[in-house]
Structures are given as structure tokens and as C-alpha cells.
Ligand binder design. Structure first.
Ligand code: NAD
Length: 287
């Protein structure tokens, strides 16, 4: 499998497509805004003017789109992947969407749900964690493609299972960012050198990737995404619905969902999710 049609060349999809070009795949990309297609062409890929053109003779189609309705429209809609891809084309949907939508898609077209974790940096470095749901044979067929964009690639079960694992991932990430935000505001209020504090905290049991990758920007109050608040709010909606469906109670998840929703409601949806620190500061009267 060498020909890849790539749809959605945003913060994550752009660097993922560029890494696939680097790995020797023939990548044809399509994005709603054309400037992002030009960037892929600069990186050695081919540009397409429509979904139909991107998938016409692709062995594999990858989608990296914001939300469930976007994936439904691009894959199942009129002039979508299903309408234009050849028989046997394998769809790898890397977007984070609802597990039930992934299962519906897998019922209509040969597909894997393969959401990713690792952020923009992981996408650029090709070191994403990829949680894959779908048939074992399709996972085996997709392995070389997935290995070109990720360093931890795991088949976690049947269609939709990748999205369920990603929901758990988003619960852990949101909760951790909130605790790091609360810790930083607490340290600032006590006039402690926060950079020194992060250094020592990162070496102990409190060490985590948010401290390593996001805390410095949170201290500087730099919130260029990265991962947008509005996307994390979408993901926490998926988490809450899936937890309720399974009868699982997630009290901390519920609180952090409300905080993320509040940040979005206050007009900060397009900031990086590290902006949770602003909310903690505001709640503490420390803007
Ligand atoms: P993004 O908004 O930067 O990228 C999405 C791209 O899709 C945009 O370029 C947009 O123009 C394009 N697009 C939207 N609808 C389209 C359509 N109908 N046809 C063609 N192109 C279309 O978002 P992102 O940050 O790259 O996130 C993409 C997905 O990956 C989301 O589901 C997100 O939750 C998930 N994700 C993001 C990160 C992150 O750190 N940014 C990490 C892991 C997972």
C-alpha cells in the first residue's frame, strides 16, 4: 500500500502527512482551506481540489478532521470518501470522534478508528501514540502507515475501541492539566520560583507529560494551540456520554468538563487547553 489520500491538513494532519511523504508514501492531500494543501505540496506531497480527487486511486485514505459531523460528512456524505474511493480502499480515521460514529462508519466502509495522542509536537516528530479499533487483518495491513506517524501503535479491539481508549486519554489529560494549573497558581500565590518548582516536581511521583511539555507555556500565559479548548470540550462531552452509557461515575471528570465548558463559554475556545490556568487564576481573584 503506497498511495495515500489525506483529508484534513490542520495542526495534526499537516505534519502527519509530511511525515508520510518523508517515509516514501505517495500522499495526495485535501483540506477545506487551500493554503494548507500548498504546504503539503511544498513538503513533497500532491495537492487535491476535492475529496474525490484525493481518494480517487488511493490504497489508504486518512482523515484528520475536527469532530464527528465533519467525519460523517467527508466519509459518508455526497461526494465523500465512500462515494469515490475504490473497492477495498482502507479508511484510517485519526480524528477524535464518538465511538458510535466510528462503529457506524465501519459498517459502511473498510475502516479503522485510529485516534492519536501526543499533540502537535508528537505529530511533528512522528512519535504519536495511536489507539486502533477495527479488524486485526486491517490493522496488520495499516501497520507500515501508522508506524510512519507514531511510535506507540496498539490494536485495542473492535471498531470504536480506539475512540473509547482515546476518551480515557482525554479524561486523564484534562484532569492533569487542571491539577498542574491549580498547582502553578498555588505556587505563584506563595511567591515560589515556579520554574524551579516544576524541575523538582517533574522528577518525583508528581512528574507527568503536562509538566514536561505544557507548564512552561502556562507560566508565561502563552496559549497558542496546540490543542484547542473547543476540541477538548468536544472530547469531554464524548467522555461523559460514554461513562454514563456504561454506568461509570466520573466525579473529577465532571468537574473538569464544566471548567473546560466555562472557558469555551467565556470566548476562549480557540486558545490552547493550557488556558485552564487562567480560569483557576480568575476563580482565585488573581488575574
Ligand atoms: P485543526 O482544526 O487544526 O485541523 C482540522 C483540519 O480539517 C483543518 O485544517 C480544517 O480546515 C480541515 N477541515 C475541516 N472540515 C473539513 C472538510 N469538510 N473537508 C476538508 N477539510 C476539512 O484540528 P487538529 O488540532 O489538527 O485536530 C484534528 C483532530 O485531531 C481532532 O479530532 C482533534 O480532537 C484531534 N487531536 C488533536 C490534537 C492536537 O493536539 N491538536 C491531538 C490529538 C488529537
Amino acid at each position: 500500500m503506497t498511495k495515500i489520500g489525506f483529508i484534513g491538513l490542520g495542526i495534526m494532519g499537516g505534519p502527519m502527512a509530511a511525515n508520510l511523504v518523508q517515509a516514501g508514501f505517495e500522499v495526495t492531500g485535501y483540506n477545506r482551506s487551500a493554503a494548507k494543501v500548498d504546504k503539503l505540496v511544498e513538503a513533497g506531497g500532491r495537492g487535491a481540489g476535492s475529496v474525490a480527487e484525493a481518494v480517487a486511486d488511493a490504497d489508504v485514505v486518512i482523515t484528520m478532521l475536527p469532530d464527528s459531523p465533519d467525519v460523517e460528512a467527508v466519509v459518508l456524505g455526497e461526494d465523500g470518501v465512500l462515494a469515490h474511493a475504490g473497492d477495498g480502499t482502507l479508511l484510517i480515521d485519526c480524528s477524535t470522534i464518538r465511538p458510535d460514529v466510528s462503529r457506524e462508519i465501519a459498517g459502511r466502509i473498510r475502516a479503522l478508528d485510529a485516534p492519536v495522542s501526543g499533540g502537535e509536537q508528537g505529530a511533528i516528530e512522528g512519535t504519536l501514540s495511536i489507539m486502533v479499533g477495527g479488524a486485526a487483518a486491517d490493522f496488520a495491513a495499516a501497520r507500515a502507515v501508522l508506524d510512519a506517524v507514531g511510535s506507540t501503535v496498539v490494536h485495542v479491539g473492535a471498531a470504536g475501541a480506539g475512540q473509547t481508549v482515546k476518551a480515557a486519554n482525554q479524561l486523564i489529560v484534562a484532569g492533569t492539566i487542571e491539577l498542574v494549573a491549580e498547582s502553578l497558581v498555588f505556587l505563584e500565590a506563595h511567591d515560589v520560583d515556579t520554574e524551579a518548582a516544576i524541575k523538582v516536581l517533574a522528577g518525583g511521583l508528581a512528574g507527568n507529560r503536562i509538566l514536561d511539555r505544557k507548564a512552561a507555556a502556562m507560566i508565561r500565559r502563552e496559549f497558542t494551540p496546540g490543542f484547542r479548548v473547543e476540541l477538548h470540550d468536544k472530547d469531554l462531552g464524548i467522555v461523559q456520554a460514554a461513562a454514563r452509557e456504561a454506568g461509570v461515575v466520573i466525579p473529577l471528570g465532571a468537574v473538569v468538563s464544566q471548567l473546560m465548558a466555562s472557558l469555551k463559554a467565556q470566548g476562549h475556545g480557540r486558545l490552547d487547553h493550557g488556558a485552564l490556568i487562567e480560569l483557576v487564576a480568575r476563580l482565585s481573584g488573581r488575574e
